[in-house]
Ligand binder design. Structure first.
Ligand code: MN
Length: 260
């Protein structure tokens, strides 16, 4: 099995290393990772400046590793151009920090897996639910165990898998469950209550705030990780809202757009 690893935390991330170490026993690992952290970069690709690929080394780990001077999606695009034959599996992570609910739209980790799916490749995005003191062992083991099964499954080509793993030691993980996206929004996302000024007296803004879980109901990714369970959400990139298409068509039919 040929496995391409990438992430959005950058080449120096311990989560990437943990994944590379574990997946060595499953297949041939090649890494294309951003040279710097690109968290929350979403699905951006770089069009307006050149990109560089540099050989990299993961201390003591005998894998082929490269840095890319761009985004996670750039890494997947470039790896696809550079590597032949294409990988059997693309894994993005292990991200430090959950990617639950609508966070999948901001996440560079998920975007890299999405980009792989757009290229017709099987892909997994994997995150642990903490930013500090992360225990990557359960996440790495889960991917290594799931990978061969996942490759044997028959799935539509626009499908990818988003995995969130509770930040717990492996023996405290309560199980694994398929889930749907919950909802998680950020209160005071743009800091505005407190007036802030830069040293030159101009106002500035800083995104932040705390996550409000507005749908952590039964079956959600959020509920699973709160219960100590590994959350596995199949995603697809066709986000067409099929149930409302007829209503929108009806509204369009009432318009007279040929009027001069
Ligand atoms: Mn990240």
């Amino acid at each position: 099995m040929r496995i391409l690893l990438t992430n959005d935390d950058g080449i120096a991330s311990p989560g990437l290393r943990a994944l590379a170490e574990e997946l060595q026993s499953v297949g041939d690992v090649v890494i294309y990772a951003p040279e710097r952290e690109q968290s929350c970069s979403g699905h951006a690709i770089t069009l307006h400046k050149p990109l560089r690929i540099r050989e990299a080394a993961l201390n003591g780990l005998p894998v082929s590793a490269h840095t890319v001077s761009g985004t996670p999606a750039d890494c997947v695009v470039l790896a696809n151009l550079q590597e032949a034959p294409p990988p059997d599996l693309v894994v993005s992570g292990i991200n430090a920090g959950a990617n639950l609910g609508e966070e999948v739209f901001y996440s560079g980790t998920v975007a890299a897996a999405m980009e792989a799916a757009l290229h017709g490749l099987r892909s997994i995005a994997v995150s642990v639910t903490a930013y500090q003191d992360c225990d990557y062992r359960a996440a790495a083991r889960f991917v290594a165990e799931f990978a061969p099964t996942y490759l044997e499954m028959t799935l539509p080509p626009d499908t990818l898998i988003n995995v969130n793993v509770p930040n717990l030691p492996p023996d405290e993980i309560a199980g694994v469950q398929v889930t749907r996206l919950g909802r998680r929004s950020y209160e005071n996302f743009v800091e505005k209550r407190e007036k802030r000024e830069d040293p030159r007296g101009r106002p500035y803004y800083w995104f932040g705030g705390t996550a409000q879980e507005t749908d952590s109901g039964q079956g959600t990714d959020i509920r699973a990780v709160h219960s100590g369970v590994i959350s596995v959400t199949p995603l697809r990139f066709d986000v067409t809202a099929y149930p409302v298409m007829d209503d929108v068509q009806e509204a369009l039919s009432a318009l007279d757009i040929t009027q001069s």
